[in-house]
Design a protein around this ligand. Structure first.
Ligand code: ADP
Ligand code: 5SP
Length: 470
């Protein structure tokens, strides 16, 4: 019998690091580790990159297979601005994807270059989430810190560099910066943002380097390029173009792999690259599982204790919002009556959250050149996909069949597939398909609850004046 071949895939997401040790030949999960991250509250959202590295080490050790792993790869939360000084130490905490303080800088980019032009060049009209807006915010608000910056990284680049010593990124995560184009970094946009391209990592695919001494893994272990967490989940599912995916995590995302390059000038759909040679049109909400959990907590109810009926509408924009692009919004409850129950209010929070994502689903497919087909199952992933109330809400508001993969950690699995590809020579998405990672429970379609969808859609424009900048 040939010896077992093991790889480790890591998901460094907003709330935590998760690592899976996976058998390369069978896809069996041999061990799992995790460690929580601290995210700042109040004005802005920040995390200390050093803390991600410590969490990665704990999670990798928690798999119980760190020493045996033949290869490793990191999927990470997208867009975050990691700034390093000349010694490679963080200049300040990373500005995260859900920090909306950079909304003004995103708006000024659109005003300067035009939304059409930005979408044509970079695939996306940047919102506050994009790294370029964060860099501009830093230069404006903390010039002394910006002046000390010698290198700019994304979260997964930073971790790959801690593992290997190599300053590298991949096309998928790079496509969320706002300065990447398929031909390379956009030097004009970088000049406008006063960022020296020499401070950016090289874009690689496949092998990023090997593990250097001092971390949780054996020296010389192969390290794959890694990618952004949504690109990693797409790889982890092995999805083919046109299959829609909806992810319920800290962020809500809806996306599909496409062969055509998306360039949506409305800004609803971000025109990301996937981690291979295709594209990943994606819409993202800032408020997803945590907003619903917060409302359940305020109501003093278990997150599953929903009740049908009533006419309440919750626009769950607790952190401001990105889809729709309302960075200055706050949460709103409308339609309260004497007979509204707490369970109905909680259901309204699920509905408002899901409607924002599902409303962008067809836009995502069309941006990638696909015709939406309501009979194609929607793949439902992320922590929220474990919950019955979430599943039923998505079924009812989408009217589609919903497939919930049995595998829970698809970002870590996608990273593991990248690592396994280095061992076997296969393409990472072929590895995932061989592992059968998308298999799971297929839930039949429910009749679409058009009344609720329309009630939410009608409330938003009426509330919009409340959501503009004070
Ligand atoms: N059984 C469950 N039912 C509903 N929601 C859940 C369940 N387990 C976890 N969650 C939600 O999943 C979220 C974490 O999702 P995850 O995809 O791991 O997040 P991240 O975006 O940080 O990777 C938590 O905020 C929690 O609300
Ligand atoms: O900003 C986006 C996508 O554009 C987010 O999806 C981040 O990538 C964070 O992901 P999670 O921590 O929620 O997985």
């Amino acid at each position: 019998m040939s010896p077992q071949r093991v790889v480790i895939g890591i998901d460094s997401s907003t709330q935590s690091s998760k690592a899976l040790a996976v058998d390369v030949d069978t896809g069996a999960i041999l061990g799992e580790g995790r460690a929580a991250h601290v995210v700042s509250s109040g004005a802005g959202r920040q995390s200390d990159p050093e803390q991600w590295w410590q969490a990665l080490c704990v999670a990798v050790e928690g798999t119980g297979h760190a020493a045996a792993a033949q290869a490793v790869s990191v999927g990470g939360q997208q867009h975050g601005l990691v700034t390093l000084d000349a010694d490679g130490a963080p200049v300040r905490p990373a500005l995260l994807w859900n920090d909306v303080r950079s909304a003004g800088q995103a708006a000024s980019l659109a005003a300067k270059y035009g939304a059409d032009e930005l979408a044509r060049r970079t695939g996306s009209v940047p919102t506050a989430a994009f790294t370029i807006a964060k860099w501009m915010w830093l230069r404006e608000h903390e010039p002394a810190a910006a002046a000390r910056v010698a290198a700019v990284r994304l979260p997964h680049d930073y971790l790959t560099e801690r593992l290997t010593g190599e300053a590298v990124t991949d096309r998928g995560d790079a496509s969320g910066t706002g300065w990447w184009t398929p031909e390379g970094y956009d030097t004009e946009l970088l000049r406008g943002a006063e960022l020296d391209p020499a401070m950016l990592p090289r874009v690689v695919s496949g092998l990023a380097g090997t593990v250097r001494a001092g971390g949780p893994l054996a020296e010389g272990t192969k390290v794959a390029s890694g990618t952004g967490d949504n690109m990693a989940a797409a790889l982890g599912l092995g999805v083919r173009p046109g299959t829609p995916v909806l992810s319920l995590g800290t962020s809500g995302t809806v996306y599909a792999v496409s062969r055509a390059r998306p360039q949506d000038p409305t800004g609803i759909v971000a025109g990301f690259a996937d981690a291979l040679g295709n594209w990943l049109p994606l819409a993202c909400t800032l408020n997803c599982t945590q907003a619903v959990d917060k409302i359940a907590e305020l109501l003093g109810r278990d997150r599953e204790a929903v009740e049908p009926g009533g006419e309440a509408v919750v626009l769950p924009f607790l952190d401001g919002e990105r889809t729709p692009n309302l960075p200055h919004a706050a949460g709103l409850l409308y339609g309260l009556r004497h007979d509204t129950t707490a369970g109905q209010l909680l259901q309204a929070a699920y509905d408002g959250t899901a409607a924002a994502l599902l409303g962008a689903l067809d836009d995502v497919l069309r941006a990638g050149g696909e015709q939406p087909d309501p009979d194609v199952p929607l793949l439902l992933i992320g922590g929220g996909a474990r919950g019955t109330a979430w599943r039923e809400t998505i079924r009812r508001l989408s009217g589609r069949p919903v497939l919930v993969p049995a595998a829970a950690e698809l970002v870590a699995l996608g990273a593991a597939a990248q690592a396994a590809a280095l061992v076997t020579g296969e393409a990472p998405d072929e590895v995932s398909r061989r592992w059968g990672t998308a298999q799971g429970e297929l839930l039949d379609p429910l009749p679409r609850d058009v009344e609720t969808v329309e009630r939410i859609a009608a409330t938003l424009p009426r509330a919009e004046p409340l959501f503009t900048a004070p």
